[in-house]
Design a protein around this ligand. Structure first.
Ligand code: PEP
Ligand code: MN
Length: 290
């Protein structure tokens, strides 16, 4: 490949990509991100699942049981929620963290939950095994990134829905630059004007999955839930993401989907969740078993 093929990488040349950026300095060996006694890597299928938002102990416990039933290790749920509109925010915040802590202690599951700003990171870190850095914060390089990086906490770095490959590589490089090598990338759907109707919320950019695997050594997981925005589409997008080479899924389900306080339309039922996981694992093994 010659330099002219790196269209759009005006300040990052082919040479930079290959030699200077930490995220691309690899010779085909992908990173394994250690999360306690588990690893997130291309060697095994990763599943992070649960509701969008922590609503109650009962809701999180039922979700945890479903994750355990499919052999999952990571339970998701937001105690802090970034909302698109400034409507009253149902996030339970510190009470939500307490619920996550209790469920974690009782089930042994690892917790993936979001921090919205640097000052919240220490309390989120007390319960989170992986801190989610959400799409809307992808450019928060001077507050959230250093706070998360300070203790090298594994981070699920979601791609902003309005940026291309170059910007997203820059975001990952910022996290590495702050000294945190424990970065998991996540494609969660991109915006295009015609997706903003009642049909689908975003478009899953399957192309970026092999591109990220070409330019970085970091594991990439796929979020079919936010990409779809509609529960009916979630299974297909999950299969597409695994088919495109993602090392796993972060997926939203709810014990009572119609009662979800945030992202209700994309919440799949527990039964659908079981089916999606079963089929995704089959696709995974077709691609990874030699
Ligand atoms: C979420 O995971 O619930 C979420 C808000 O994700 P994103 O930042 O991708 O929109
Ligand atoms: Mn959500």
């Amino acid at each position: 490949m010659n330099s002219s093929e790196f269209v759009g990488f005006k300040d990052v040349s082919k040479e930079d990509l290959e030699k200077k950026l930490t995220l691309s300095s690899f010779k085909g060996n992908y990173s394994s991100i250690k999360v306690r006694d588990s690893t997130i890597s291309y060697d095994n299928f990763t599943l992070i699942a649960g509701p969008c938002t922590v609503e109650s102990y009962d809701q999180m416990m039922k979700s945890a049981e479903a994750v355990l039933k499919v052999g999952g290790k990571f339970l998701r749920g937001g105690a802090y929620k970034p909302l698109t509109f400034p409507v009253p925010n149902p996030a339970l915040e510190e009470k939500g963290l307490d619920i996550l802590k209790r469920v974690k202690e009782e089930t042994g599951l690892y917790i993936v939950t979001e921090a919205l700003c640097g000052k919240d990171v220490p309390k989120v870190r007390e319960v989170a095994d992986i801190i989610q850095l959400g799409s809307r914060n992808m450019h928060n390089y001077w507050d959230l990134y250093p706070a998360i990086a300070e203790q090298k906490t594994p981070v699920l770095l979601k791609r902003h829905f309005g940026v291309g490959l170059r910007e997203y590589l820059g975001a990952a490089e910022w996290m590495l630059h702050y000294g945190n090598p424990n970065v998991i990338l996540c494609e969660r759907g991109i915006a295009a004007s015609h997706t903003h109707d009642d049909n689908a919320r975003f478009i899953l950019d399957v192309n970026i999955i092999p591109a990220l695997k070409k330019y970085t050594h970091l594991p990439v997981i796929c979020d079919p839930s936010h990409a779809a925005g509609v529960s009916d589409y979630v299974p297909s997008l999950a299969y597409a993401g695994i088919g495109a080479g993602a090392c796993g899924l972060i997926i939203e389900f709810h014990p009572e989907p119609e009662k979800s306080v945030v992202d209700k339309n994309q919440a799949i039922s527990v039964e659908t969740f079981f089916d999606v996981v079963k089929k995704s694992k089959k696709i995974w093994s077709v691609l990874h078993d030699s």
